[in-house]
Every structure is written in C-alpha cells, then in structure tokens.
Design a protein around this ligand. Structure first.
Ligand SMILES: Cc1cc2nc3c(=O)[nH]c(=O)nc-3n(C[C@H](O)[C@H](O)[C@H](O)COP(=O)(O)OP(=O)(O)OC[C@H]3O[C@@H](n4cnc5c(N)ncnc54)[C@H](O)[C@@H]3O)c2cc1C
Length: 275
C-alpha cells in the first residue's frame, strides 16, 4: 500500500522514479526516509545514504536534488554532531553543483533547524530549508532566512501542532500560505512552492504575474503519487515542477502522515487492505 507514496525500499527504485520524472519534464528531490534516530551509528548510516544519493545522481546525470531530515542525522542526540554530518553532506552537494533541502519537522525542532541551516548556509549556498504556513512564527522565520540568502520551500505543514503555535483552521493556514508566497516570490531568491492545492497554485501564479516574476524564477513542488494530473498540467503550462520522491525501509511515519492529512486516503487504504 505504501507504494502509492513511496518509490520503494531501495535507492535504485527511487533513481528510476526520478528518471521517469525527468523524462516527463519534471525535476526530482530524493528523500532517504528516516527520522528520530537514537544512535550515532544510525545517524552516520543516514549520512552515508545521503552521500551515496548525491554520487548516484551525478553518475546518472539526473535532474534531482536531495531532501533530508535533521532528526535522521542525530539532531535528538547532539546539535554539534548533527551539524558535522550535515556539513559533510552539503559539501558533497556543492562539489556536484547540487543542493540539499532540509525538511522541516515538528515545531519542537523549528528553531534548531533554522539555526543549523543558517550556520551551514554561511559556509555554503548548497543548502536550503522548509517553512510551514500553519505556524504563526513563519513570517518572521522567512525574514530571518532571507537575510542569509536562503532558498525556501513553502508548505502548509504536516505535523500535529497545538493552537498555541499553529493555525487550526484550513482557511487561516491557506491565508497565511498566500501571504508567505507573496513575501517569497519578489525576494530575488529561487524558492519552491510545495502544494497540491489548486487555489494555492492559482494564487502563486497570480502573485508571480503581478510582480513580473518569470516561470524560471521559482518552482512548484509536489509529493510522489499525489495529484500527478496537476503535475503534468503545470509542466504543459511551462512551469517548473519538482517531485519529492521518498524511498527506504523506514517508510512508516511518512506513510502515516500522508494518510492523516487526507481522510479519503484511509478509506482507500482500508478498501485495498481487505481486498
Ligand atoms: C514537495 C513537498 C515537500 C514537503 N515537505 C514538508 C516538510 O518538510 N515539512 C512538513 O511539515 N510538510 C511537508 N510537506 C507536506 C505539506 O506540509 C502538506 O502536509 C501536504 O503537502 C498537503 O498540503 P497541500 O498544500 O497539498 O494542501 P491540502 O489542502 O492539504 O490539500 C490540497 C489537495 O491536495 C491533494 N492532497 C494533499 N495531500 C494529499 C495526500 N496525502 N494524498 C492524496 N491527496 C492529497 C488533495 O487533492 C487535496 O484536496 C511537503 C509537501 C510537499 C508537496
């Protein structure tokens, strides 16, 4: 069942999925699944996996970058240790003229993620991160990251958060998303607008037109297996589209987030499970 959202357990399956996207005129971001590791050995194993992905992307000349989670690199164990691993991956990315995107996790990690990304960004431009429109703090975080010339992926946010830190109503999250898109597009840096929501996509296209931002100056990003029709339509319209392709054995938490954010997916899952 997880195959709907996850390319496979092995890197080769993710590389084939990336090749397929490239053939359809889309870029890819490969994510080696894993989070909240509890030993330094597991964090080093994740680091090795990310290094291997960059090497394979270069060897196979794929149009793809890489996404990673800091808790897969030991953020729960030690910030300094995590920073060392992160830096080595970003150096590998930079050596191949590529780019590492640090995913954003639950709000307990937001400040630490931003601090770490800023520190590494001051040494290499080959790193960017993600901002979640459901958090009240996101406007300030974007201002902060833009001061460092940081490339940002904007998404709505996928974790369960309390009303102390995050908007609860979809209309408030959407309203903030559009406000943040309007901050990002004219900033002069290349950002990723990650959503499958046609009204967010429409608002982005309108904001780009109003600010005379060309289609080459930003990209839309969508998840593997979600709204492939919309992905293709945007490509036909001349927009840059990147597909986020997760792979690896530790797919369960990612799969559960995809089920949780859309109740219809649970029905789909149950129907197929019993069949
Ligand atoms: C490239 C990319 C990277 C991301 N990185 C992060 C990250 O680092 N941190 C983070 O917290 N979140 C991340 N997310 C997830 C994001 O925060 C949302 O949870 C998710 O994208 C759903 O929000 P939406 O903008 O598509 O809007 P929604 O309003 O949730 O959905 C709009 C429409 O999209 C379709 N859709 C959305 N989700 C699904 C699904 N799971 N299955 C089937 N159809 C669906 C449906 O048609 C739905 O009506 C990322 C999303 C993308 C696309």
């Amino acid at each position: 069942m997880s195959h709907r959202f996850v390319a496979g357990e092995e890197l080769d399956e993710a590389l084939s999925a990336a090749r397929f996207c490239n053939d359809q005129g889309m870029m890819a971001s490969l994510d080696y699944l894993g989070e909240n590791v509890t030993t330094t050995a597991d964090a080093q194993h994740s680091r090795d996996a990310y290094l291997e992905v960059f090497d394979k992307i270069a060897a196979q000349r794929l149009n793809a970058n890489v996404s990673c989670k800091l808790t897969a690199l030991g953020l729960d164990l030690s910030t300094d240790f995590c920073e060392g691993l992160l830096l080595s991956i970003v150096e590998r990315a930079a050596a191949g003229d590529n780019f590492l995107r640090v995913d954003m996790e639950g709000s307990d990690y937001t400040q630490r993620t931003i601090d770490l990304v800023k520190r590494v960004r001051s040494q290499s431009p080959a790193i960017g991160t993600v901002i979640q429109a459901y958090l009240y703090r996101s406007e300030k975080d974007i201002q902060d990251l833009l001061m460092f010339g940081c490339r940002i992926r904007l998404c709505k946010g996928a974790y369960k958060e309390s009303p102390e830190v995050a908007f609860e109503k979809k209309s408030d999250v959407d309203g903030n998303y559009v406000r943040l898109v309007r901050m990002l597009l004219p900033s002069g840096f290349y950002h990723g607008i990650a959503t499958h929501d046609p009204s967010m996509i429409g608002a982005t296209i309108r904001a780009a037109a109003e600010n005379k931002i060309s289609k080459e100056d930003f990209e839309f990003q969508m998840l593997y297996g979600v709204r492939t029709d919309l992905q293709k339509r945007l490509v036909r319209g001349g927009y840059r589209v990147r597909v986020y392709i997760p792979y690896g054995k530790d797919w369960f938490p990612y799969f559960m987030r995809r089920l949780a954010e859309r109740p219809a997916n649970v029905g789909f899952f149950l129907r197929n499970f019993f069949r």
